[in-house]
Design a protein around this ligand. Structure first.
Ligand code: SF4
Length: 340
């Protein structure tokens, strides 16, 4: 692990104002899609393939890649869905995770934030975990656009991604394009995102010699365009969309609506009870105005499709990933609560 990887792990700063840049996606040595399994990241991959570009996919396991596939925040099936998608298209998929996952960071008591582990073509890489302050978290991420307090995105996704770029020599001396699937239509904060800018790992100086740009190719796409490209390629969406969820974010997302919280309780009562036990134990609720029981009580869950529920709650993906009979899922154009 090099010092740059350390720096990305230990220091989280809000993205600084940076210049917009023009992107020629054909001009890069490496094209990486930050791949969640959600519809927007699927759209990015398909859009690149339509231009003759073969990306590699990077997926962040927010629960820390537990040996038995156990999850707390994420949908049990997400990792397997990502693998099925990559295998169908013949794309390389690399996972990364924070040891202990979001739950480990959330329950941190007089300890350091744990290290990041990332898969590479040559085996596992590691970064962080040995420096930084010893501190206590024992609270959920804040429901905020400010990444310093909404620490889940940084701990489980942004920093692991940066550490994996900075920690691999294969990105030295070449041009790398990082592709993410934010859309301006999703939120007012995202409406201000640039389509392209230098990535936070861009370090072209003589030491790192790393040119890394960040491109959001679907930034101005409508949700209809996203579903259209999935339909064109016959890609079956993540099972959570069939359950009525408008986004494939964490199953327990701090931004969840009342309906989504009610659906989580209906789908997995044990997970819901564990979440509530944490709220009581921390004396800190996810929402500032009510606990998750009160939130879930304030709405009826989606009508649960039992086949979709079984698929979403499995650690294996046992359905076809490709279909010639593509159907718009129940969650399309519905509630899309998620990171702002
Ligand atoms: S999906 Fe929600 S809970 Fe998960 S990392 Fe993003 S903001 Fe946090």
């Amino acid at each position: 692990m090099n010092q740059e990887a350390f720096a990305f792990i230990e220091d989280l700063a809000e993205d600084a104002l940076v210049p917009a840049i023009d992107i020629d996606p054909q001009s890069y040595d490496h094209v990486i899609v930050a791949f969640s399994g959600g519809k927007d990241s699927v759209a990015c991959v398909l859009h690149l393939l339509e231009q003759g570009i073969t990306p590699e996919l990077w997926h962040h396991d927010v629960d820390g890649h537990q040996p038995n596939g156990e999850t707390f925040f994420d949908w049990p099936v997400t990792r397997a869905y990502c693998e099925a998608f990559a295998a169908h298209l013949g794309l390389k998929l690399y996972h990364s995770w924070r040891e202990g996952g979001l739950e480990g960071e959330m329950t941190k008591h007089n300890a350091r934030t744990k290290r990041v582990v990332f898969e590479t073509p040559d085996g596992l890489g590691y970064a962080g975990g040995t420096r930084g302050s010893i501190s206590t978290r024992r609270k959920f991420p804040a429901v905020s656009a400010d990444l310093r307090v909404r620490w889940c995105s940084a701990v489980a996704k942004i920093d692991p991604f940066s550490a994996a770029v900075a920690g691999q020599d294969r990105f030295r001396g070449g041009r790398t394009l990082v592709v993410t699937g934010e859309r301006r239509q999703e939120s007012s904060a995202r409406s201000r995102y640039l389509e392209a800018e230098p990535h936070r790992t861009h370090a072209p100086g003589p030491r790192a010699q790393r040119h890394v740009d960040h491109w959001r190719p679907v930034i101005d796409w409508s949700e209809q365009q996203v579903w259209d490209i999935m339909k064109r390629h016959g890609i079956v969406p993540h099972p959570c969309y069939r359950l009525g969820f408008g986004r494939a974010s964490c199953m327990i997302c701090i931004f969840s609506s009342a309906k989504q919280a009610a659906a989580v309780r209906a789908l997995d009562p044990a997970r819901f009870s564990k979440l509530r036990a944490y709220e009581d134990d921390f004396n800190h609720t996810i929402r500032s105005d009510m606990n998750w029981t009160e939130l879930a009580n304030s709405a009826a869950p989606f009508a649960i499709d039992t086949e979709a529920a079984k698929a979403a709650m499995s650690t294996t993906y046992d359905e076809p990933i490709f279909t010639e009979d593509w159907q718009l899922p129940a969650g399309a154009f519905g509630e899309a609560c998620g990171p702002s």
